[in-house]
Design a protein around this ligand. Structure first.
Ligand code: CU
Length: 269
């Protein structure tokens, strides 16, 4: 019997260790190019700080404290032969008031910044934002720069597939459209996902606050090659971005066909 319980204890310890490791890896203790917690954009940062940490943090603390109290009470006051009921506190006004006011204050502390954050994340893009139309289709992304300054000599917008270049620290206003099935646009370090739905135009804003390449992917199962529907957002300095645009426009049709599928040229006209 003794040996058996030691074995069970070891098994439980091993299972716990594996669970904690999985949790740490999942949370990005190991650096991951799509780690939501390593936010490099204002939207992703707000989602992490306000919606994950600010709400989940207190909830986790309360959960642990309440479960500990519950387990303590279950063991301490468990039914035993000859034991009287413990002292009852029903009708204790001070306790009742305290446990009504304390959660109300806590909810207020959580609610106010959360609502401000949600409103800011969900607002329309700023007027001076860089306008990009994102078109999703099985199994690629097409990015079109809608501002007239990024059009070529024929007035065609600059287009590129799968690799979106943006200037750092500038707000990007994105409209999302799908030509076939439902996809989901997701660049975890820059912003949370937003569905791309046929027949409907969704919009969002985001920015990158640090120069770098940010990997993203379609986050809605959309067919057999869904896993290949990845994208990269390259955030660069204003000068590098302008140079890239000039280079792309100079390449003309060649750059566009290199960047996008020939079939895409007919879309969006
Ligand atoms: Cu997809």
């Amino acid at each position: 019997m003794g040996g058996n319980s030691v074995q069970v204890r070891r098994l439980v310890a091993a299972a716990l260790l594996i669970a904690v490791l999985a949790l740490l890896v999942g949370c990005g203790a190991v650096d991951d190019p799509q780690n939501t917690f390593a936010a490099e954009g204002d939207v992703a940062r707000k989602q992490r700080d306000l919606l994950i940490i600010w709400v989940l943090g207190p909830a986790a603390v309360i959960f642990v404290v309440m479960q500990a109290l519950l387990i303590y009470a279950l063991i301490r006051f468990r039914r035993k032969k000859g034991r009287e009921l413990p002292r009852q506190v029903h009708g204790n006004n001070r306790l009742e008031v305290a446990r009504t006011i304390a959660p109300a204050i806590l909810l207020l502390i959580i609610t106010v910044p959360t609502i401000i954050g949600v409103a800011d994340i969900g607002r329309a893009p700023a007027d001076d934002a860089l306008q990009v139309r994102v078109t999703a289709f099985q199994f690629r992304w097409l990015f079109e720069y809608l501002d007239p300054e990024y059009a070529d000599a024929n007035g065609e917008p600059l287009r590129i597939a799968n690799e979106l270049h943006i200037p750092v620290d500038r707000e990007i206003g994105v409209t999302l459209e799908s030509v076939d099935v439902i996809h989901s646009f997701w660049v975890p370090k820059l912003a949370g996902k937003l569905d791309v739905i046929p027949g409907r135009t969704n919009s969002m804003w985001f920015n990158a606050t640090k120069i770098g390449s940010y990997s993203g992917q379609c986050a809605e199962f959309c067919g057999f090659q869904h896993a290949d529907m990845r994208l990269i957002v390259v955030a660069e300095s204003e000068e590098d971005f302008e140079a890239w645009v000039a280079d792309q426009l100079e390449g003309g049709g060649a750059a566009r066909s290199r960047a996008g599928e020939p079939a895409l040229a007919s879309h969006g006209e």
